[in-house]
Design a protein around this ligand. Structure first.
Ligand code: HEM
Length: 124
């Protein structure tokens, strides 16, 4: 349904659906499945991340840039496009058009800044 709310419970459901699909994706799946040992913990962390982004809850206290730099050798620009495609699909299915658009706009901006950090940093 497209009526999941942008609240703690709804974001948690969205994150669960999205990462279930990411894990099954031929391109993205292997990277995540190799990197993440404790999936319940990862889903909890990502729900906190999206809660901080969308609800300004401050629940996420992490450092996304070093987390992705660790996997620099396996991450490509095409994979970011794939990630954003799966995110668009999940958000369009679960949320209202307005909420889906807001979640996609945030993800796009964050993906751009992660890509700058991963691909264009000259000091590493
Ligand atoms: C963590 C992969 C894009 C948000 C991770 C981890 C991996 C990963 C493997 C676990 C890091 C570790 O602890 O070893 C990817 C890939 C992407 C991608 C392959 C696209 C090519 C994104 C985007 C966002 C995002 C676009 C946000 C909109 C996060 C966050 C974490 C994380 C918040 C947790 C960082 C922490 O430990 O605090 N990602 N990611 N990722 N990712 Fe991504």
């Amino acid at each position: 349904d497209d009526d999941t709310q942008v609240d703690e419970e709804g974001l948690s459901r969205l994150v669960t659906l999205f990462y279930a699909r990411v894990r099954e994706d031929a391109e993205l799946g292997p990277i995540f499945n190799d990197a993440i040992a404790d999936w319940p913990e990862h889903l909890e962390k990502l729900a906190a991340f999206w809660s901080s982004v969308m609800l300004t809850s401050g629940r996420y206290k992490g450092q996304p840039v070093p987390a992705h730099l660790k996997h620099k050798s396996r991450i490509t620009p095409a994979l970011f496009d794939r990630w954003l495609t799966l995110w668009a699909e999940a958000t369009n299915e679960m949320m209202s058009p307005e909420a889906a658009a807001a979640l996609q706009a945030k993800a796009k901006r964050i993906a751009e800044s992660l890509q700058l950090a991963v691909f264009f940093r000259l000091d590493r």
